[in-house]
Design a protein around this ligand. Structure first.
Ligand code: PYC
Length: 309
């Protein structure tokens, strides 16, 4: 029987399960190199942690690893029901709150090595967390794709630690009662985008008017495993900032308040990283709450030990 200790948290309603002990040995190297070993040799472990019957499609997992960059407090590999994430904003906020819960960090700045680069997280005295994400940019403005059952849909393609297709002109109301229709639409958009030359796009993000005072916009974010993000999505909000910056609709240092489909919020700002290349450094702020400390038991005689896959 293998034992795996995990701490669960949620960030604006979106869950993160962090593997504290009992994870696979991924050898030495950078977090990006260890991701390769995880993916090629231990993918069943990913499924065991996040998939049913221990987890659910919405759960994002995070494996703590030794950082190769010794200026970092931790290395982390994020994963979900179908694979691996480059970066995860809500998950990084959950990680920082979890490390504070364990007494491993105090308020202040903490560098974290991810698969796509080092991010800096600031744990504030009030428990909220800001994450300075990897350089982010819009790769394509106004790409039009033909979506079966819908017709032409136009959106921007942006990188912010994951690849996003961002759509404002979709004609749907972004409310929880529409989740099934929104899931269906974004899933068809994702397929169409990937079939028409943007194979790297893993998340589709719809935008609409906010429903609470003080927010600037509401979003619905479809993740690669067909679960929608309950939070406003840290990398998705970073992608939005990159597009707003590229359009001159948000200036360096100005605040953007992004509301999720369930009404939770992140605030975001950016500073230019390389203006001529359109690259920004987004900073996303939100809060997370630890809600479980558990021991997962992996017994080989359990037919679903490695998850339902
Ligand atoms: O917050 O970046 C994020 C994220 C990605 C997928 C789910 N959440």
């Amino acid at each position: 029987m293998k034992k795996v200790s995990v701490i669960d948290s949620h960030t604006g309603g979106e869950p993160t399960r962090i593997v504290i002990t009992g994870g696979p040995d991924l050898g030495k190297g950078t977090v990006a190199e260890r991701l390769q070993v995880f993916r090629e040799q231990h993918d069943a472990f990913r499924s065991a942690v996040v998939n049913e019957p221990r987890g659910s499609d919405v759960l994002v997992g995070a494996l703590l690893v030794e950082p190769a960059d010794k200026s970092c407090v931790a290395g982390v590999i994020f994963f979900n029901n179908v694979g691996y994430l480059g970066m995860c904003g809500h998950g990084t906020i959950g990680l920082v709150v979890t490390l504070a819960h364990l007494g491993r960090i105090k308020p202040g700045d903490h560098r974290i090595e991810t698969c796509v680069g080092v991010v800096t997280a600031t744990l504030h005295a009030d428990g909220s967390v800001s994450v300075a994400n990897v350089p982010s940019y819009r790769a394509v403005k106004s790409a039009t794709v033909d979506v079966p059952g819908t017709g032409l849909v136009t959106g921007d393609v942006a990188w912010a630690g994951n690849w996003f297709f961002l759509v404002s002109d979709h004609g749907c109301e972004l409310k929880l009662a529409n989740v099934e229709a929104l899931t269906d639409l974004t899933w068809r958009i994702r397929k169409a985008v990937n079939a028409q030359g943007f194979p790297e796009v893993d998340h589709v993000e719809l935008f609409g008017p906010p429903q609470t005072a003080g927010a600037y916009s509401r979003n619905f974010v479809m993740c690669p495993g067909k679960a929608y993000d309950r939070s406003p999505c840290g990398t998705g909000t970073s992608a939005k900032l990159a597009c707003l910056a590229a359009d001159g609709k948000l200036l360096e240092g100005e605040t953007w308040v992004q509301e999720s489909i369930i009404g939770t919020r992140f605030s975001g700002k950016f500073r230019w990283h390389n203006r001529s290349r359109g690259e920004v450094l987004p900073v996303i702020t939100g809060a997370a709450h630890v809600n479980a400390e558990s021991m997962l038991l992996l017994a080989e005689n359990d037919p679903f030990c490695w998850g339902i896959r």
